[in-house]
Write a protein that binds this ligand. Structure first.
Ligand code: EPU
Length: 355
């Protein structure tokens, strides 16, 4: 295990923002991890744990130590006639785990196909897409306490997963390193087609769903049509969370904007602190699409200024056209937040973490 200095992080964040870490280390096994945790230099430094770098925006160089999770391995722990427990170490690429499970006909995470990032990062923000969240299948999370190097197993309930939220973003922020995740998956047919876009896509294309791989393929097609590939165009998926509002607020806004799309069926789990603000999802992508730069009069969707912009097919996604700084993206994000607030009185919250 080698600790490197002034390490370039451009290739380690999907926004492709140029930033450096003062110190950098790759962890490939759990023994090294504990050894690292017990070194005084490590304990004294500011720390940043990195997986796929798909939910992060560097606004400056990182003055401490970046730890890259490279713990690899996927295994089946238990297997009965109905369910199967699959354990994956945190440094595995999430989509490789999805492929491992769908290839074997296990149901549960096929709707979460193609989400960029590593397995270890998935409980932190309780990844979710197309009607499924990690919460629905998570059995437990293994993590090392940074202060002591001790390993702890968190049950799914202990992780307090909510909409893009968990205990690891709150009380335990920066306190644990997630080393493994175990999922409980179904061996019998258990398709989830609650998400309208997915259901419509399958019907429109006359797809016959026989196994989880068929769903995985459909999800991948939808994602490819809407979301830019971070390998080609720097981005971090949805930059903002969707907005969940109460029925009263909903009715008020609807009076002025009767065409506003809303979703009742796409309810994610409650947040750590209790309930979502409301039970009606208003897609932030639509809100952003309705607003634009104050002096331009147009829509943010497809907007570009210099190196940064808003994706033309999904307004929730901010992009780096090449050479952008984190500050430029952040500035655009706050312009968008302000304009949506001014028009609708709704405040967007970034999903991406600023460093
Ligand atoms: N919409 C617009 N304009 C846009 C984008 C969306 O009007 O530019 C409206 C449309 O009415 C559309 C609806 O929003 O029907 C829903 O759009 P979509 O299915 O693309 O989903 P989303 O709510 O915009 C969320 C997640 C995505 C996830 C999809 C599918 C959040 C913050 N985002 O987006 O997650 O893939 O649902 O389940 O909850 C991510 O977190 O990085 C991410 C991509």
């Amino acid at each position: 295990m080698e600790i490197l200095k002034d390490y370039d992080l451009t290739e380690l964040n999907t926004f492709h923002i140029k930033a450096k870490a003062k110190f950098f280390v790759e962890v490939k096994n759990e023994k090294d991890l504990v050894k690292l945790f017990l070194t005084p230099m490590f304990q004294e430094s500011e720390k940043l744990f990195l997986g796929g770098g798909s939910n992060i925006l560097f606004t400056q160089d990182f003055p401490g130590i970046v730890i890259l999770n490279k713990l690899k391995g996927i295994e089946i722990l238990e297997d009965d006639s109905e369910t199967v427990l699959v354990k994956s170490l945190g440094g595995e690429w999430w989509n490789d785990l999805v492929n491992f499970t769908v290839e074997r006909g296990f149901w549960g995470i096929e709707n979460l196909s193609l989400i960029p990032g590593t397995v270890g990062a998935t409980p932190v923000q309780n990844i979710g897409a197309y009607g499924v969240e990690l919460k629905d299948v998570l059995q437990n999370v293994e993590a090392y306490e940074i202060a002591t190097g001790e390993k702890k197993i968190f049950s799914c309930a202990e992780c307090k997963l909510g909409y893009r939220d968990s205990i690891f973003k709150r009380e335990l922020k920066g306190k644990y390193f997630i080393s493994a995740v175990t999922l409980k998956l179904n061996k019998n047919e258990n398709e989830n087609l609650r998400y309208k876009t997915l259901k419509d896509y399958i019907e429109k294309n006359n797809l016959i769903i026989k196994n989880p791989k068929d769903i995985s393929r459909a999800v991948a097609e939808i994602r490819r049509g809407k979301l830019p590939d971070p390998k080609i165009l720097g981005n971090a998926g949805s930059f903002f969370k969707n907005v969940y509002i109460s029925e009263v607020d909903f009715k008020n806004i609807l009076m002025s904007y009767p065409e506003m799309p809303y979703f009742l069926e796409d309810l994610p789990s409650e947040t750590v602190d209790g309930k979502l603000e409301g039970v009606i999802k208003i897609p932030s992508g639509w809100l952003i699409e309705q607003c634009g730069p104050r002096h331009g009069g147009g829509s943010w969707k497809g907007y570009r200024e210099g190196n940064v912009g808003v994706h033309e097919r999904q307004a929730l996604v901010l992009v780096n056209y090449g050479g952008a700084t984190g500050e430029e993206i952040k500035k655009l994000a706050y312009q968008i937040i302000d304009s949506v607030y001014q028009k609708f009185g709704l405040r967007l919250t970034p999903e991406v973490n600023f460093v």
